[in-house]
Each structure stands twice: as C-alpha cells, then as structure tokens.
Design a protein around this ligand. Structure first.
Ligand code: GRF
Length: 237
C-alpha cells in the first residue's frame, strides 16, 4: 500500500470516536494513521486516551482568542506534523471559514443524526420530539455551512418506544464507532488513488485531488435522494 494518509484527530471531550479510529488497526489494515490528536480543551479526556495509544497530542485553550487567530495556530501545528486529513471527533468549536478553505475536502466529521436532518446540537432530543422512526449517524465532509457538507456514509438506528435522548445516543454512538473508521479508511484510500469501493456503490461524492491541502475544489454532493441512506457496500458490516 502507498504510504498511509497522515490524519489528525481534533476533539474537545471524552474521545470515544478517536479511540475507535485508533483501534481500527487491530481489525483492519487502514490506509490512514493518526499522527496527532489536537484539542481546544487541554483537560479533555480524549487527550489522555490518545497518549495511552502513544499518539502525539497538542492542546491550547481557545479562551480570549479570536477564532481565525486560534485556527491559524491549529493549522501551523497540523502542517508541522505533515497532516493530510483532519478527522473531527467531538470538536466542539466552529472552524473559521479561512481554515476550512485551506483544508477544503480534507476535513471529515461525524455527526449523530441522519443529515441533512438535525444539524447542530441536541440531535437526539429533537429527533424524538419529531416522532422520527430512525436516528443515526453520518460522516460528512466539512464545508463552511455547519453540518451541511457532502455526506459520505450513514447508518440508521431504529428508535424504540421508550427511548430517551440518552438511550438513543448510546446506541447511535456504538454505530459511530463502526462507521467512522471504515469511512475514514475509504476516504483515505480514495485520497491515495485507490478505488474506494469495487462497485462504487453509494460513492457519488467527488474526491479531492492528490495535490497539497488547500488547492482542491470541494467534493461534489452525493446522490442523496429523499432520505435515502448512502452507505457504500464496503462500509457495511
Ligand atoms: C459524538 O456523538 C459525535 O457524533 C459528535 O460528538 C460526540 C463525540 O463523542 N460529533 P466522543 O468524544 O467521540 O466520545
């Protein structure tokens, strides 16, 4: 395999998705390697976990800093580690448009809803209040509009009669831990020019080129039709 894609995970909290991304190599031979875990919360539990995995960490509290100025420091740190792809995993800070433009097509996020439904916070409670039949999670490319970038993969989770936001969040999180590593792997392979899935099924999204970050056009939107779940066969268990 070509060199693994150098990934930085950005987080602000407990880091269970980061752990799933790091542990994936126990069950697969992923096309990515996590070279840095960064945070805007120096006391984030996810940083402690990352160090246990032997992954380098970087943290800086953002308080009192202008958003773009903080993001420039993040950008410098990522470039110092030759990062090629960023995986947001519970990073609770909006990124500046300047930063997103520099890393266009090179930032993925996991969101606990079936996007485009319920972007933003408090997704599970809102899904329950709406009487949805399914919650779920989505991996998407980050664009300037919050949680609105092209969706790469989704998994639905059936809502049960007695679900609370907490019980639903718990079941969705289990799916997040399976979906995110697989989606990051597929995206990394595609970045390296490997065919993302033999059938190409569900992969209507365009891919950034292999040139340096900041120089590619944004990926195209996936062929989402009427709430259809887009998940490549290669991502299914
Ligand atoms: C997850 O629910 C993820 O979908 C959302 O933030 C939460 C992060 O959890 N973006 P963890 O820190 O990975 O445990």
């Amino acid at each position: 395999m070509a060199d693994r894609v150098r990934v930085a995970v950005l987080l602000s909290g407990r880091g269970s998705n980061m752990r799933a991304l790091a542990e994936y190599k126990r069950v697969a031979d992923p096309a990515y390697e996590i070279v840095l875990v960064g945070s805007n919360v120096p006391e984030a539990r996810g940083l402690v976990l990352a160090r246990r995995f032997g992954i380098k960490t970087w943290a800086l509290g953002h308080q009192g800093m202008e958003r773009a100025a903080f993001d420039r420091l993040v950008d410098e740190e990522l470039r110092r580690h030759d990062v090629e792809l960023i995986a947001l995993a519970g990073y609770m800070r909006l990124l500046s448009p300047e930063f997103i433009r520099k890393w266009e097509g090179r930032i993925l996020n996991i969101h606990p809803s079936l996007l485009p439904k319920y972007p933003g916070l408090d997704t599970h409670r809102r899904a329950l209040l709406e009487g949805e039949e399914f919650g779920g999670c989505s991996v998407h490319v980050v664009t300037e509009e919050l949680d609105a970038g092209p969706v790469l993969a989704q998994v639905p989770v059936k809502i049960r009669g007695r679900d609370t936001p907490e019980s639903l969040a718990e079941r969705v999180l289990e799916e997040e831990h399976k979906l995110y590593p697989a989606a990051l792997d597929v995206y990394s392979r595609a970045l390296r020019g490997e065919s993302p899935s033999p059938s190409g099924e569900g992969l209507g999204w365009g891919l950034p080129g292999k040139s340096a970050p900041g120089t590619q056009p944004p990926p195209r939107s996936p062929p989402l039709r009427g709430g259809e779940v887009v998940i490549p066969r290669s991502l299914r268990a």
